[in-house]
Design a protein. Structure first.
Length: 335
């Protein structure tokens, strides 16, 4: 099998601690180079992994590669997309993928479907796979409702995410676009919904940055849901500790899992968790973050080789971008 070369744009924590260890462990994949606008950081991360750091005045000056990882803020990606799309280079971009539906569509129009991916690696969690199968097979009856709560108290956006406070680089958002998009994507992926309706959304804002989001919306248009759709109660926060849990309310039972790759999926009464049953996965899934990133990369690379749209294609993430944008539109104060 032909070895594919990968170029890495961005030497922050997500690339240094997760993407690079995963890529360096994959067969028939060669990390060709790494580039960061912070030259010293790029060279330091490259040295730590035994890689070649490249300096470039513009994206057009970067060396050739088969696939590029974009692990830089959304606001800094445009020129890289232009350069890689023109070359025919495949791109896997970290989430959030785009700041708006229009931006998302403009990017997907630049690439063939198999050549552009979005980093929603939670799709590969073992727990996510179980929930998806339960919705489809309906052993506990049809799904009625989902409750999602995620987050914890923090005083900042963390060192590697200071770009959130820079409107030139961020997607002009905070916790919803940075963290909350993951659990929203899981809800869409699990249910197969193709439509939604936002009923309410409240944002706790720190200037332009949302630190807490509380919303209620309805997911519709899926062969795996009741015709009228299902309600979703949603909260994600940097201001207080949440349950960090996804709960699916079926007609005959409750099923829930914590929001982490190694969490069990349990069925029973939440108030009597000690008596709940643990559901054993029938299919392979990730139980660590690195495994989830590995499966994400494997899916994208397999699709890139076969020229077929993968499970992490940017096209498949369009509705996730749309829901995030709609929640911001509903929750932000109007002039």
């Amino acid at each position: 099998m032909q070895t594919l070369s990968v170029g890495v744009v961005g030497a922050g924590d997500i690339a240094h601690k997760v993407h690079l260890p995963v890529l360096l462990s994959m067969p028939h994949v060669h990390v060709q180079w790494i580039h960061d606008a912070n030259v010293a950081r790029g060279r330091s991360v490259a040295a730590a992994h035994g890689l070649k750091a490249v300096d470039a005045r513009s994206p057009q000056d970067l060396p050739a590669c088969d696939i590029a990882l974009l692990a830089i803020p959304v606001g800094a990606r445009a020129a890289y997309h232009q350069a890689f799309a023109k070359r025919g280079t495949g791109v896997l971009a970290e989430k959030p993928f785009a700041a708006s539906v229009n931006d998302h569509r403009a990017l997907t129009d630049m690439y063939p479907p198999h050549s552009l991916g979005c980093g929603y690696m939670r799709r590969f969690y073992s727990s996510t796979q179980i929930l998806r199968q339960l919705v489809r097979s309906a052993p506990f009856g049809p799904l009625r409702r989902i409750v999602i709560s995620e987050g914890n108290r923090t005083t900042a956006s963390r060192v590697d995410r200071s770009y959130i406070d820079d409107p030139r680089l961020s997607s002009s958002g905070g916790i919803l676009s940075e963290l909350g998009c993951h659990s929203l994507d899981v809800a869409l992926y699990v249910t197969g919904a193709r439509g939604y309706e936002v009923r309410s959304c409240a944002l706790d804002l720190d200037g332009a940055i949302d630190r807490k989001v509380t919303a209620h919306f309805r997911l519709t248009d899926s062969g795996h849901l009741p015709e009228a759709g299902i309600d979703v109660d949603y909260c994600v926060s940097w201001l207080d500790r949440q349950e960090n849990r996804i709960v699916l309310e079926f007609e005959h039972s409750f099923v829930w899992t914590e929001i982490s790759p190694n969490s069990d999926v349990r069925m029973g009464k939440i108030a009597e968790a000690s008596t709940a049953m643990t559901l054993i996965p029938a299919a392979r899934g990730a139980v660590t973050a690195n495994q989830a990133f590995y499966l994400q990369w494997q899916a994208f690379i397999d699709g890139f080789r076969a020229k077929t749209e993968s499970e992490v294609s940017a096209h498949s993430a369009l509705l996730s971008t749309s829901v995030v944008e709609a929640l911001y539109d509903r929750g932000r104060p109007r002039d």
